[in-house]
Design a protein around this ligand. Structure first.
Ligand code: TEU
Ligand code: CA
Length: 538
């Protein structure tokens, strides 16, 4: 089965703005990534998913692209980008570009033309509705708050935007739009990129008159055409972001025949700690048994007929150690435990920058937040009558800026991220949590991630084995078994902070060997300390 290179790979996500600054302007840049390739090679990752570095006014930190074939000057130049691809290859690392194809920036040339007149050749590149000022075409909302419709007085029309006002949606029903996109992708493929991550790809086939955004009627027709015209001409890894994916759809997206993508990001597990049907800000404790069921259903559901991506974190999500672990006393143990749960599964794991250090959430004063979604939430929720304390509780728990604090490289000024003033404040815990210290320490979170990545490469059972959930209804343990004809892997994790006992002999066959544990030694096999995680091999 492990025919495709990405089936044994581990991918590392870089949010360039917060990774490493080299020129003192407080903003991470491409040269900064080049300087840190040694670190990434040491960690053992195979590819970097680079959040967008294209020309962009940065309304949404690069997810608003004004030129797909140019690099945003704050990140560097096209020469720097080419140098990064080449230098990464020397470190055996591929570069995966982030493709934002659902929308552009309103500063993109296409949109500038499109809004000049209804008969401009670019007008139909976007999604419009006739109407009257002040009378919205319908009640659809944008993801970052407010209406999804924005009035253009010169045209007497509204344009449709699923995200910020400065992110007008592209019209995929227009064949010319699709052709432009394919040509652009082929151009990047010629530059030697190793793959693509496709932003909100399940929302491209929207039909606003019918209030359809995700999973539109022509979605898979568009994706198959996109894949055939571009990705299938190379040996790429492709991952679609699909908040609306269920297992049936994911099978189609990641069909082993290669007709769509390699895999998708699905978010069923990630949405479990919010009130059903409400917003992510409406907090709810994690239903642990449900989490096990959901992840296990995806494991068995895609085995042999699709492919999973495995992740706890990305640039939109809070830090997992703060979210479902313990970022105080048991930070190291719980970060390792969460990693063990994920890295024993089948699929392609994604590590978000700083996750391998056990970096934590942040609590800023509201003036220090930078994220448009967070700032809009703050204003909208206060206006809707929530108390300031309630709003801040949601923001502390879920703000996207939790993930966007600068990478903590060392205990020097600004955590070694910049010699200047960082665009977003450094987490003050960088004195204790930083890469320099963790690289030296064999018991660090970093060293543990290195081991987990190494195991995926050496043990076929991790890449290929079947999956079975154990201790299904247990309220403490996340335990499962992976099997091939010749190997059995048992992953047993105490997901919480109390000490619990387990009749280990009833779960793991006699004669199994301990492969990995997040505590230095085990005095009593039956006793699982707070967040204790073990892997046994039989
Ligand atoms: O995110 C998709 C998306 O739906 C987000 O609005 C998501 O729901 C939210 O961030 C969760 O809090 C992608 C990108 O990952 C995100 O960074 C962009 O802002 C968004 O698309 C628009 O391009
Ligand atoms: Ca810089």
């Amino acid at each position: 089965m492990a025919d495709k290179w990405w089936k044994k790979s581990v991918i590392y996500q870089i949010y360039p703005k917060s990774f490493q600054d080299t020129n003192g302007d407080g903003i991470g840049d491409l040269r900064g990534i080049i300087n840190r390739l040694d670190y990434l090679e040491e960690l053992g990752i195979d590819a970097i998913w680079l959040s967008p570095v294209y020309r962009s006014p940065q309304e949404d930190n690069g997810y608003d692209i004004s030129d797909y074939q140019d690099i945003e000057p704050m990140f560097g130049s096209m020469e720097d980008m080419e140098a990064l691809i080449a230098a990464a290859a020397e470190h055996h690392i591929k570069i995966i570009m982030d493709l934002v194809l659902n929308h552009t920036s309103d500063e993109h040339r296409w949109f500038q033309e499109a809004k000049k007149s209804k008969d401009n050749p670019y007008h139909d590149y976007y999604v419009w509705a006739d109407g009257e000022e002040g009378v919205l075409p319908n009640d659809m909302k944008a993801a970052f708050g407010g209406s999804a419709w924005e009035w253009v007085p010169e045209l007497g029309q509204y344009y449709f935007h699923q995200f910020a006002i400065k992110q007008p949606d592209l019209n995929w029903n227009n064949e010319k739009v699709r052709r432009e996109i394919y040509d652009m992708i082929l151009w990047w493929m010629e530059k030697g990129v190793g793959g693509f991550r496709l932003d909100v790809i399940d929302q491209i086939a929207k039909e606003p008159e019918q209030k359809i955004t995700a999973n539109g009627p022509r979605l898979h027709e568009f994706i198959r055409e996109l894949s055939r015209e571009t990705f299938q001409k190379g040996d790429l890894v492709t991952v679609g972001e699909a908040w609306g994916a269920d297992i049936a759809r994911a099978k189609q997206y990641s069909n082993p025949d290669g007709s769509e993508f390699s895999m998708v990001f699905q978010f069923e597990h990630i949405c479990l700690d919010q009130q059903p049907g409400r917003e992510k800000w409406d907090l709810e404790p994690l239903p642990f048994v449900k989490l096990k069921q959901v992840l296990s259903r995806w494991q068995t559901g895609l085995h042999g007929c699709g492919w999973n991506s495995l992740f706890w974190n990305n640039h939109d999500l809070p830090r997992i150690v703060s979210r479902w672990g313990n970022d105080g006393e048991y930070r190291v143990q719980s970060a390792k435990m969460l990693a063990t749960v994920l890295h024993g599964m089948q699929g392609t794991p994604y590590i978000y920058q700083g996750e391998e250090l056990g970096m934590t959430n942040i609590k800023y004063a509201i003036g220090d937040y930078r994220d448009i979604e967070t700032l809009n939430c703050y204003h909208d929720r206060l206006a809707a009558g929530f108390s300031e304390a309630e709003v801040m509780r949601s923001i502390y728990a879920k703000s996207r800026d939790n993930a966007r604090t600068p990478m903590q490289w060392n205990d020097g000024s600004e955590a070694g991220f910049t010699t200047g003033q960082p665009w977003i404040a450094v987490n003050p815990n960088y004195k204790e949590i930083n890469a320099a210290a963790e690289r030296e320490d064999p018991d660090s979170v970093f060293s543990y991630y290195k081991k987990l990545i190494g195991l995926r490469k050496t043990l076929p059972v991790i890449a290929c084995g079947t999956y079975e959930l154990l201790l299904e209804d247990d309220a403490h343990f996340f335990a499962y078994c992976r099997k091939t004809d010749t190997q059995e892997l048992y992953v047993i994790c105490n997901f919480f902070g109390d000490t619990v006992t387990l009749d280990i002999g009833a779960v793991v066959p006699a004669g199994s060997g301990l492969l990995l544990c997040n505590y230095p030694e085990i005095a009593d096999e039956a006793l699982f300390r707070p967040y204790e995680a073990r892997m046994y091999l039989y």
